[in-house]
Design a protein around this ligand. Structure first.
Ligand code: ZN
Length: 175
């Protein structure tokens, strides 16, 4: 059975820590955490969630893009656990996009991210995956990877005026 976990919010020191590399990908406790993270992201209409957001300071996140009230344009994919994720190459062409975060409720920020990235991670079955991610999925990966290094999206806006409320964001997005 999966549990819905409590999501830490900006101000919690755990969100600012460097997370630890995961040594044992076959630990049953790790698999339980993955199941709970997927359920928690789903319940909160998140397109991704990182372990530190639920107070587990380890290098693991879920990418779970699908359309939701928070991200109506998101592509659909199977929720995927990514363990010890790394970016091994970047396209270098930066694109601006509005991001939100379950740990920064009610807020959106305009953040520059690489449009395409080459990434490497371990699956929940311990398999090493290397693949190219583009556009929205690449953005989620870069956002979630930041969580593992104690970085939140408001740190990434170019200017403070690029930080706005969710209500103001909805006016921009759907006008
Ligand atoms: Zn986040």
């Amino acid at each position: 059975m999966s549990k819905i976990l409590q999501i830490l919010e900006i101000g919690s020191p755990i969100l600012r820590q460097n997370s630890a590399t995961i040594a044992n990908t076959t630990d049953p406790q790790l698999d339980a955490l993955i199941v709970d993270l997927i359920a928690t992201a789903d319940a909160a209409n998140g397109v991704g969630i990182a372990a530190p957001q639920v107070a587990s300071s380890v290098r693991l996140f879920i990418v779970a893009s699908r359309p939701s009230p928070r991200y109506p344009q998101a592509p659909t994919m199977e929720p995927t656990a990514m363990i010890n994720p790394q970016i091994i190459d970047r396209s270098g062409d930066l694109v601006a996009g509005w991001e939100g975060c379950l740990s920064v409720p009610g807020t959106r920020g305009l953040v520059l991210r690489d449009r395409a990235i080459e990434v490497r991670y371990l699956t929940r079955h311990g398999e090493l995956v290397q693949q190219e991610l583009t556009d929205f999925i690449a953005r989620i990966f870069q956002h979630e990877l930041d969580h593992l290094d104690g970085i939140l999206f408001p740190d990434r806006v170019s200017t403070p005026t690029d930080l706005i409320t969710e209500a103001e964001y909805l006016k921009i997005a759907f006008d």
